[in-house]
Design a protein. Structure first.
Length: 670
C-alpha cells in the first residue's frame, strides 16, 4: 500500500513533494518540517519508479544524512537501495575515488585530518626557511585557517589576508609560498585534506567536461539541505551536477544564514531564482515548534532585514505566555535573576534538559557559569570550553599565580612557552635561574647576562611581560596589562580568533574587580570553578540531566521548552565590530531570529545595564529589542535582589570521581 501523502503533509509540504521538478527553491522557516518534506519528496520519487541511484541528496552533517536515511527506511518499510545520500565531503570523496586519477591522484589517496594538515604545514614552514624561532609567525593552525578560508570562499591568499587577516599583510609573500608548498606536498604524498575533497571535485567537473556530462546525466534529481549555508565551491558543484536534467531542489532559510565566518554565502540562496531560469519557489511557513507569541516576536524582528525573501511563520499550536524582557544592574545580577527563574521552573514540571541559555559570544556566559556553580546546578556547555578552562584565560591567570606564588613551576612553564624559541628544556633552565629571587633580583641585568644566549633571549621576552604586569597595582589592572605586552603578538599568531579571546580577557579583568584586595581568594574561587566543571564532566549522574548553555551558532537546529537569550546590549548582541556594517547587522539579526525560534513555550530575554566592574560605563539595550513593536513582549523592568558574597563555595558530591586534568587547548607540554 502506498504512502498517503495528502494526509501526512500540510498543503505547503505536499505541494513541494508533488511539484518539485525543475529548479526548485524551498524556503523553509524555522520549525516548519523541512526534513520531513525532503524525506517525503524522496519517497515520492521512489514511488514514481525513479531509480534510487539517480537521486543525490546532499546534507551538511553525517548525522543529518544518517537520520534522513533511517526515517526514509521507516517510511518505505525497506532500505532506500542505492540512493546517494551524504555530506558534500563524503559525496566528493566517493566520486574522487573513481575519477581522481584524472587529477594526478591514485585511488588509495589519504585523507588528512586537522592534525595531519597542521603537521604538513609545520614541515612547509621549515622547508620555506621561515625562522619562527627568531620572530613571531602565524601558527600552523592560523595558517591552516587562512588557506582553508581562501579556498572555500574562492579567494586568493592575498584577498583572504586583506579581508580577514590584515595583521599578517607584511607576511603575505611568505604565506603564499607556504600555501604553494603545502599544495605540492599533499600531491606528492597522494593525500588530500578536507578542503581538497571539495576543491578537487570541483576541479574535476570544471576541467573534465566528459566527467561532468556523465555525472550530471546520472543524477536526475538533486536535493540539497540547508542551502543557505553553502559556500561558493559547494553551490558551484551542485549547479554543475544539475546541468543536464535541471531537477535541483534546494531547501533552506535565508533568515537562518549565520555562518559567513566559515565562508558560507547567503547570496547563493538569494540569487537562486536568478541563476536558474524558470525556477519555482515554495514556502514552508507553518511552524510546529513555538507558541504564537514567540513567533510574533521572531517575525517582528526579522522583518527589519532588507535583503531577504518575505515569509511569515504561522503557529500550529495554541497560545502561551508572552516573551519577557528583564533588565538587571549588572551581569552578576542578570545571572542571579536567570538562576532564580530556573530554580522556580525546576520546582515545577520542567526538567533541566528542557532549559537552554543562549548567547552571542562565549564570554557572555562567564557570570552565569559562576552563579550556576555557586548554587550547585549542573550544566552542559556547548560551543567551546567553560570560561575558566580556556587556554588564554589560563595564560593570563599564570601571571597572577606567579604574583601570588613565585615558586609555581607550572605558571612559569606556561609563561615561558609563550616566548619565541623557548622549548621545555630552555624553560627549565630559565626557571632554575630565576625561581626564588626577588623581583628586583630577577629583573636585573646580572641575571640576564648569566644565561646562555638561547635562554637569555627567552628570558628577555618573559621579563618584559612580567615587568609590565608586576608593575601594576590592583588585580584587574594586572590582568589588563597582560594584553599590553608581547602576549598580544602571541595571541594573534597562535589563535584564529584573537578578537574573541581579547573580549574574554576583558571580562576576566572586569570580574577580577570584585577581588581587588584579595588575590588569593580570586585564584581559589577560579580554581574551584574549574574543578567543579571537571567533576561534572566526569560524573555520569550530572551528565544525564543538565541545563544547556550554548552559543547561538551551536544551537541552530535544536529546540527547548524554555530559552533564555542573554546579554542583549549593543556591542554584545549585535557585537561591536558588526555595528558599522549593515550587512553584518543583518546577519546579527538573523542570529537573534535563530535564538528566539529555539523556544517552544517560554522565551526570556535579558540584559545588564552595566558591565561587571563598578566603574564600567552604562550599556544600552540591543537595537534588536528597541526595534520590536510595543506589546511584543512583557517588560519586567529592572530586577533587584540581595546578592550573596562573591566567593563561591566548594560543592560536595555523593558519588563519582574527580575528573583529572582538562585538555585546555593549551601548550603541549603543560
Amino acid at each position: 500500500m502506498g504512502i498517503d501523502f495528502k494526509n501526512e503533509l500540510n498543503e505547503q509540504q505536499l505541494e513541494v513533494v508533488l511539484k518539485g521538478n525543475g529548479p526548485t527553491l524551498v524556503l523553509a522557516g524555522a520549525g516548519s518540517g523541512k526534513t520531513r518534506t525532503i524525506i517525503y519528496r524522496v519517497a515520492y520519487l521512489l514511488e514514481q519508479g525513479v531509480d534510487p541511484s539517480s537521486i543525490l541528496l546532499v546534507t551538511f552533517t553525517n548525522k543529518a544524512a544518517k537520520e534522513i536515511k533511517e526515517r526514509l527506511e521507516h517510511l518505505l518499510g525497506s532500505p532506500p537501495g542505492s540512493l546517494w545520500a551524504g555530506t558534500f565531503h563524503s559525496i566528493s570523496n566517493r566520486l574522487l575515488r573513481q575519477y581522481g586519477g584524472l587529477l594526478g591522484y591514485e585511488q588509495n589517496y589519504t585523507i588528512l585530518d586537522q592534525d595531519d594538515s597542521k603537521s604538513f604545514i609545520k614541515i612547509c614552514i621549515k622547508e620555506a626557511g621561515i625562522k619562527s624561532s627568531q620572530r613571531r609567525f602565524p601558527s600552523p593552525k592560523v595558517l591552516q585557517s587562512i588557506i582553508s578560508y581562501s579556498r572555500n570562499a574562492a579567494l586568493s591568499i592575498p584577498e583572504t589576508i586583506d579581508a580577514k587577516f590584515q595583521n599578517f599583510s607584511d607576511l603575505e609573500s611568505d604565506i603564499v609560498g607556504i600555501a604553494t608548498l603545502y599544495r605540492q606536498k599533499k600531491l606528492d604524498a597522494n593525500a588530500m585534506d578536507f578542503d581538497d575533497l571539495l576543491l578537487k571535485f570541483h576541479d574535476l567537473l570544471a576541467e573534465h567536461g566528459d566527467v561532468e556530462d556523465r555525472l550530471s546525466t546520472k543524477f536526475k534529481y538533486i536535493l540539497v539541505d540547508e542551502y543557505q549555508d553553502t559556500n561558493a565551491l559547494q553551490a558551484n558543484i551542485v549547479t554543475r551536477l544539475a546541468k543536464v536534467h535541471r531537477n535541483i531542489l534546494v531547501v533552506g532559510d535565508d533568515a537562518q544564514s549565520i555562518y559567513s565566518f566559515r565562508a558560507a554565502n547567503i547570496q547563493n540562496i538569494l540569487r537562486f531564482p536568478m541563476l536558474f531560469e524558470n525556477s519555482s519557489t515554495y514556502r514552508l511557513e507553518v511552524n510546529y515548534r513555538s507558541t504564537p507569541e514567540i513567533l510574533q516576536l521572531a517575525n517582528d524582528s526579522i522583518v527589519n532585514n532588507t535583503e531577504q525573501f518575505e515569509k511569515t511563520l504561522r503557529p500550529d499550536c495554541g497560545h502561551g505566555d508572552k516573551p519577557t524582557l528583564a533588565a538587571s544592574a549588572s551581569p552578576r545580577e542578570e545571572a542571579s535573576y536567570i538562576v532564580d527563574k530556573m530554580m522556580a521552573l525546576l520546582d515545577g514540571d520542567t526538567r533541566p534538559e528542557d532549559i537552554a541559555v543562549l548567547f552571542r559570544a562565549a564570554y557572555h556566559s562567564q557570570a552565569l557559569e559562576f552563579e550556576l556553580m555557586r548554587r550547585g546546578l549542573a550544566y552542559e556547555y556547548r560551543g567551546g570550553m567553560r570560561f575558566f578552562e580556556r587556554a588564554h584565560i589560563k595564560d593570563a591567570l599564570a601571571f597572577i599565580r606567579l604574583l601570588e606564588n613565585q615558586k609555581d613551576d607550572s605558571a612559569w612553564l606556561r609563561i615561558l612557552s609563550m616566548c619565541v624559541g623557548v622549548g621545555p628544556a630552555t624553560a627549565v633552565k630559565i626557571i632554575a635561574t630565576v625561581k626564588g629571587l626577588t623581583h628586583e633580583e630577577m629583573f636585573s641585568d646580572d641575571i640576564l647576562s648569566s644565561m646562555s644566549k638561547r635562554a637569555g633571549e627567552g628570558w628577555r621576552q618573559a621579563r618584559e611581560m612580567l615587568e609590565k604586569v608586576f608593575s601594576k597595582d590592583g588585580l584587574s589592572s594586572q590582568i589588563r596589562a597582560v594584553v599590553t605586552t608581547t602576549y598580544m603578538d602571541y595571541l594573534e599568531n597562535e589563535y584564529t580568533n584573537p578578537t574573541d579571546r581579547l573580549q574574554d580577557l576583558d571580562q576576566l579583568a572586569l570580574f577580577a574587580e570584585q577581588y581587588e584586595a584579595n588575590r588569593g581568594q580570586f585564584l581559589e574561587d577560579v580554581t574551584l570553578s574549574d574543578e567543579f566543571g571537571a567533576i561534572m564532566n566526569a560524573n555520569q549522574a550530572f551528565r544525564a540531566r543538565q541545563i544547556v548553555l550554548s552559543t547561538i551558532h551551536q544551537a541552530k537546529g535544536l529546540e527547548w521548552k524554555v530559552v533564555f537569550v542573554v546579554s542583549l546590549t549593543n556591542g554584545a548582541f549585535p557585537i561591536r565590530k558588526a555595528m558599522d556594517s549593515e550587512e553584518d547587522v543583518q546577519e546579527e539579526r538573523r542570529l537573534f531570529y535563530v535564538a528566539v525560534t529555539r523556544a517552544k513555550q517560554y522565551l526570556h530575554l535579558t540584559y545588564p545595564m552595566t558591565g561587571l566592574g563598578e566603574n564600567y560605563t552604562g550599556l544600552s539595550p540591543s537595537m534588536f529589542l528597541e526595534e520590536l513593536p510595543h506589546g511584543t513582549f512583557e517588560s519586567l523592568g529592572q530586577t533587584r535582589r540581595e546578592l550573596p558574597p562573591t566567593s563561591v563555595f566548594a560543592p560536595t558530591f555523593d558519588d563519582g570521581e574527580q575528573g583529572g586534568f582538562h585538555n585546555d587547548e593549551s601548550h603541549s607540554y603543560l
